[in-house]
Design a protein around this ligand. Sequence first.
Ligand code: 6PG
Length: 483
Amino acid sequence: MQKAKIGLIGLAVMGANLARNLASKNILTLVFNRTAAKTEQFMRDFGTDPCLQAAYSLEELVEKLERPRKIIMMIQAGPAVDAMLDTLIPLLEAGDIVIDGGNSYFEDTRRRSEKLAALGMEFVGMGVSGGEEGALHGPSLMPGCSRKAYVQLEPVLQAISAKAGDDGKEPCVAYIGTDGAGHYVKMVHNGIEYADMQLIADVYSIMRHVLGMEPEEMAAVWDEWNNGELSSYLVEITAAILRKKDAETGRPMVDVILDVAKQKGTGRWTSMSALELGVAVPTITEAVFARNMSCCKEERTALEKVYAGMALAETACCGKKAAFTPEEKARLLEDLRCSLYAAKICAYAQGFNLMGTASETFGWDLRMDQISKIWRNGCIIRARFLDDVSDSFAKQAGMKNLLFSDFFADALKKGRAGWGRVVALAAERGVSVVALSSALSYFDAYRTANGNANMLQAQRDYFGAHTYQRVDKEGSFHTEWME
Ligand code: 6PG
């Protein structure tokens, strides 16, 4: 019997869809799930495809794979991955390749890579983005491993990945770097995803609570924005979400969904890593905090009563009409569009900056132009904008931060005034826009040669003799402040 090209462990939605994707590319795929019933169900549903075969034990899986074996694990990140590796490793031999396609923590991936390398096996920590649809029709793939392992996997990964580029043929996969690099890049992708989503939510807040727009009307604006420089998957689904009505009540879905957002942890990890590496990613971190704040529903409801009468927003929800002339409204909408674009540039600047420092710290040699290229399609943050990000990194090699990009500098200069107006208006009306405003502060701080840390230095020296540096000569200095 012909040996299978690849094994896939874990038939939850992502795993099942990835297996179907592999089979659709004529890659003979052998699936296994811990619970046999799930495997049986999968084979009943899709087993007519000759490229899908099932194994009912790990021994059978290992036996029926061509060598060196290539096995993708699509199982829950965390202890389950270690448990699976502990059972699997004794059945494998040197040269075999194990791929973890979950959202694993990159330090775990580094540890696992080392463990398998000591046994002569290859471990691949692979970021897979695009959700269920992406897994089925083409995700963006971010593999971190040895070059030797990547070369062996490349044809398969290219076949199943999303495609981008003018001809729609460029695979959204590239070699990322060794050990935890792939999962690190996927983690930052998710951090940026959090920021992108929160920026959209902030703009939605202003539309809803300052301009008093109804969901249908907002949907039309998001649709229009999706035709321009903001064109992206997240903007596209925002319009679709705003248009959707609840089947039960007929009300807009956004009005029946509770304002509480959970998280699985990748955004938080991005912020934790940034704190550890000393890189400023305020917009990503504010997006994580915004989810934490959203979960304090009870306190927020109680505090709204404590501070009743202070909310200045004139909203449709409060029963008041928004006080904007059609011209003012059109101008504010254009300001919002420019703010969103400018803030988005800053959020990506933060994410890429973090990857740059991580690359130096962990010795990964990350290629920012390539990373932005493979995010152009398949993944959740896919966007037209990533073409320009990729071009900027390619043209301005060694660029320290996306804010140095000539292309984006133009957009930021153009958008700054409207962005300021938007954040000021939100503050005046009592509408919290954490991502939009933190991105603005990031931009303003980054473009300021003389900031305010001179005051911090002086304070540290005053109370703790921590010393300070001077503007006019080299060295460390201390002043007797209390003479
Ligand atoms: C992707 C997504 C995905 C992530 C979900 C949920 O790229 O396909 O990033 O990996 O798990 O978006 O993440 P949260 O539960 O943390 O919002």
